[in-house]
Design a binder for this molecule. Sequence first.
Ligand code: NAD
Length: 509
Amino acid sequence: MATTESTQALEQVPNLCAGEWVAVASTRISKVFNPSTGQAIAQVALSSTEEVNKVVAAAADALADWSETPIVERARVMFRLRQIMDDRFNEIAALVTREHGKTLAESRAEVQRAVEMVEFACGIPSMSVGDTMPNIARDVDAETNRHPLGVCVGITPYNFPSMVPMWMIPVALTCGNTFVLKPSEKTPLSANLIGEMLLEAGLPPGVFGIVHGDKESVDTLLAHEDVKAISFVGSTPIAKYIYETGTKNGKRVQAAGGAKNHLIIMPDADLDLSVKALTASAFGCGGQRCMAGSIAVAIGSIGDPLVDGLNEHAGGLRVGPSEGNEDVDMGPLIRQDHVDRVAGFMDVASSEGANIALDGRRDFTGDGFLIGPSVVDQVKTPMKIAQEEIFGPVLSVIRADDLESAIKIGQECPYGNGASIFTRNGYAARQFKRHFNAGMIGINVGVPAPMPWFPFTGWNQSFFGDLHIQGTESVQFYTQQKMTLTRWFASPTDSHHDPVWKTERKDQQ
Ligand code: NAD
């Protein structure tokens, strides 16, 4: 499966700076591929420090006006953006499929989640009303209100090129910040479409900027004195690096990392529902989701029928190029080297004694980055396949005797994004919900990803920071509170004592 490319000149992906699309002068180039064809479709010049600084300077210049724009007017930009996204829905989804490879149905679901983030942001004014306490001391009123932080930065991964930037941008902007996005260099085209739609919605120049680049751009942003907050989504080693470097430089940081998600199937589970939910969880988006089911823990007698059901159901998935093709259930992966990496996990699992029950390593026609779904049975927790994030279409099955053993497997896992149980037993579900070592729990749900009104509560090495993405926590992340005490005088002679700090304890009189 060689990667070929068109002989035509490749489209250059520009930065967005001060409301203008600006060509990047750097000679360091990264190609963007269409995973369905294996062809390069565009190229990104990786921004230099100087080019990053220009975009941050434009965002800093735009801050004074934007932060003084009344919040209802800022929210109105989001209402307009929501309408534009609705009008251009299929175009956005087709672009996600073109540069990422997921199926059109999956891209539509992604864009729908992105639209919901904008809908959440439309309601931020009602979440921004401050607190007041009249007469907290004699003739003194207290109040708190929220202020923006300044220039905020988002650094995003390749796997949800439309949704993940939208986890950040609408909230940060509606809260009164300006924002610079550094999207994945593998999927930069959806980011520029977001920029185009924000300008169409009437966002003033500079309020939102885009920098295309790699580590050099990220390191510039992490050190820039005008950057006040950083939101990161990506793999755990980089999330940890971003958190440590950003906080050392005095920035507020939220950094979501990788995952290894467990799906527990109890003996009393609805087998048909479980098989379908596990298949969708593990193989949706080719397994390239931080909430993808990665390890099924089959309890007791359900093990054999579960593996048989998975083999049949997952084995029946139609795998193929996804661009312009509605007749596929699973598209290609992002790059050929990622396909090779996923296959490598299977090789190691075989050598460590696991049983490859369904083998996705097959030959496909065409040059797309294709691999089929795999089910690996008889996996033991020390095996590499059970320890590391694969981020591909491989579901491991661990056999266990009881729920306590499954909970112990979770406790030994360094990650902690999502985990689900499949059961009809309410008490087992409750035990699992209370004791499993993960931040997002599903009960008879394959992918327990929260909608925007709830926080994306990864635990352990799946998240670094205090305030999560989405929900009220995201509004807290992008704002700082100010408390004001106001003292009122009944008469001019009343002004010589401080009623707050004056001690009037009866026992001291
Ligand atoms: P990645 O960590 O390779 O890249 C993410 C971002 O970091 C990109 O913008 C990239 O340019 C930048 N980056 C990469 N290497 C860097 C370095 N050395 N220094 C500074 N910046 C660097 O992640 P990816 O491969 O694009 O995405 C897949 C990963 O993202 C998976 O691990 C997945 O679990 C994770 N993810 C997590 C969540 C979540 O909510 N927890 C959501 C989506 C994806």
